[in-house]
Design a protein around this ligand. Structure first.
Ligand SMILES: Nc1ncnc2c1ncn2[C@@H]1O[C@H](COP(=O)(O)OP(=O)(O)OP(=O)(O)O)[C@@H](O)[C@H]1O
Ligand SMILES: [Mg+2]
Length: 276
């Protein structure tokens, strides 16, 4: 059965979409069957994967409001092994449309449960807010992956996010787990990036992925060509890092070897990956 991972952080521009699309594409490259679910009205994951978001007959919005069936909005095999539940600006109306709708926190879960068996991974790209759409993602997810941008205010808002995750866990989805934290836009030329990593590591009692995503211009360019990084520039540092992250996610899930305990043991040692 597919593992559903919500990629979330209510802070804007921290690398949620870049991580959703490129992690998904790298998982697909490794032979995993992947579904990307775009629940952000900005539709960046949709367009970043080459779908013309404003020319779609149906999007996830129509699914949310019960105006289409899942099959009618699913974009199958956009890339090899990778399908997309697309979104566009219409989804910004969902918050209002869903007022008073019964079990509105579980709409996405209900849909994803019906197709979970068709995929190895279902990756949900969340909007930069803790609204009903994000609550739907957290209710549907098995785990949460939080991208953290290597910048001065990285920790700001994280306690609110962790509070929300715990609240959803308590009230809506008791099985919800913390997949972990991944650092993005790491700039090896500045001390600040390293300081942020060290600061978050010592303040956050969460699994932290060993792979750190570097700041890489190719990662910023790829979405404008509608391609994930492994296709746009397969040899770039960005592609290499998202491949490593994909391998880590697979290992994490398949042999359970990557636990918070062995992170603690590694403290103080700097692996090659940290130095990149
Ligand atoms: N590792 C990176 N190197 C260079 N640029 C990056 C990297 N990661 C993300 N970017 C760029 O930073 C910007 C924000 O990234 P992204 O859209 O992934 O963040 P987000 O968290 O999804 O934003 P939002 O909160 O608006 O949904 C984008 O222009 C993206 O191309
Ligand atoms: Mg985004």
């Amino acid at each position: 059965m597919g593992r559903v991972i919500a990629i979330t952080n209510q802070k804007g521009g921290v690398g949620k979409t870049t991580t959703s699309t490129n992690l998904s594409a790298c998982l697909a490259e490794l032979g995993k069957k992947v579904l990307v679910v775009d629940i952000d009205p900005q539709g960046n994951a949709t367009s970043g994967l080459g779908i013309e978001k404003n020319e779609l007959e149906n999007t996830i919005y129509d699914l949310f409001i019960g105006e289409c069936e899942l099959d009618e909005c699913l974009q199958k095999n956009t890339l090899e092994n990778l399908s997309v539940l697309p979104s566009n600006v219409n989804l910004s109306g969902a918050e209002i449309d869903l007022i008073g709708v019964e079990h509105r926190e579980y709409i996405l879960k209900k849909e994803l449960d019906s197709i979970k068996d068709d995929y190895d991974y279902i990756i949900i790209d969340c909007p930069p807010s803790l609204n009903i759409l994000t609550v739907n993602a957290l209710s549907a997810a098995d785990s949460v992956l939080v991208p953290i941008q290597c910048e001065y205010y990285a920790l700001e808002g994280l306690s609110q996010l962790i509070y929300t995750i715990n609240l959803v866990k308590k009230r809506l989805n008791p099985e919800l787990k913390m997949e972990g934290v991944v650092f993005t836009m790491y700039d090896a030329r500045t001390n600040l990036s390293l300081e942020v990593v060290e600061n978050v590591k010592s303040n956050l009692k969460q699994t932290i992925y060993k792979t750190i995503i570097p700041r890489n211009i190719k990662l910023a360019e790829a979405p404008s060509r509608g391609m994930p990084i492994n296709i746009y520039d397969p040899k770039s540092a960005g592609a290499e890092s998202y491949r490593l992250l994909a391998e880590e996610v697979i290992n994490h899930n398949e042999d359970g070897s990557y636990t918070p305990e062995n992170i603690k043991e590694e403290k103080g040692k700097k692996s090659k990956k940290w130095k990149r």
